[in-house]
Ligand binder design. Structure first.
Ligand code: B12
Length: 211
């Protein structure tokens, strides 16, 4: 459980670039066995959304926003030892951002959720060229593909990706998610076979558990 006090303290440290203090706070939560979904959603995601608003309304500089992002990406690695403790399922997921999509933290969290549930999660990161993603899917033959999209103007790139995957790997399950769907696109995506849109880590966790 992340109290408002703890969150505010963390946010202030984060905005001031206090990497060591943020790291100690997060490590303390991990040592207390915090649920990783809670850590990701109620601390990392919440603070990044807040920073996004501060940036949008010119309250902080681009440099500070980049600083916060870099610190958060580092903090995600503190969770690493927790990812592989569960029973392995021998299932594979490839998780990627669409081409031209540079927001990769949400996708990384999604990949971590699959690992926690015992899957091998291959996270390809931001701005993945479509032809290379198709090649990788062919090589690895995953049970599921996860695609992350944050900015709505990248929706055509995501749709192009889904269509190419459906043409080449007809039966591959696809899960999409990300903030772009706040602005639409859900119906279009759901019109493709074996393709679902999932909006939160709790919903995702449920889907993986029943898979
Ligand atoms: C950091 C950041 C950047 C960094 C990203 C670096 C990186 N390493 O990822 C950089 C500097 C590259 C960047 C660039 C831009 N950004 Co930016 N960015 C952000 C910021 C502050 C944080 C993003 C983040 O990590 N959020 C936290 C993660 C955990 O949340 P999430 O992505 O939503 O993921 C969760 C769920 O959505 C879901 N999910 C996500 N993906 C998936 C996939 C699957 C399969 C599933 C099941 C679930 C799922 O699970 C995650 C965990 O709960 C956001 C603010 C915000 N509201 O997020 C703006 C924000 C996303 N950016 C924005 C904008 C406008 C841009 C730029 C266009 C700015 C510009 N003019 O250049 C560019 C676009 C670049 C591009 N082509 O993609 C806007 C988007 C608005 C819109 N209408 O689309 C935002 C919302 C800021 C704002 N308030 O206006 N940005």
């Amino acid at each position: 459980m992340i109290t408002d006090l703890l969150y505010q303290e963390y946010l202030s440290l984060l905005l001031n670039g206090k990497r060591d203090a943020c790291s100690r706070m997060v490590q303390a939560l991990i040592d207390k066995n915090i649920d990783i979904k809670t850590l990701y959603t109620d601390l990392f995601q919440k603070s990044l959304y807040e920073v996004g608003k501060l940036w949008e309304f010119n309250k902080i500089t681009v440099a500070r926003e980049h600083l916060v992002t870099a610190i958060t990406e580092g903090l995600l690695n503190l969770v690493y030892p927790k990812l592989f403790l569960g029973k392995r399922t021998h299932k594979k997921a490839v998780i990627s951002c669409a081409a031209n999509e540079f927001h990769q933290i949400g996708g990384k969290m999604v990949a971590d959720m699959f690992e926690i549930q015992g899957w091998d999660a291959h996270f390809l990161g931001a701005n993945m060229p479509l032809d290379q993603m198709l090649h990788y899917i062919d090589e690895v033959k995953p049970d599921l593909l996860g695609l992350s999209l944050s900015v709505y103007f990248n929706m055509p790139s995501l749709i192009k990706g889904i269509e190419a995957v459906k043409t080449n790997f007809k039966n591959l399950d696809i899960v999409v998610g990300g903030q772009a769907f706040n602005w639409g696109g859900m119906d279009k995506v759901k019109s493709y076979p074996n393709t679902v849109c999932i909006r939160s880590l709790v919903e995702l966790d449920h889907m993986i558990t029943v898979e």
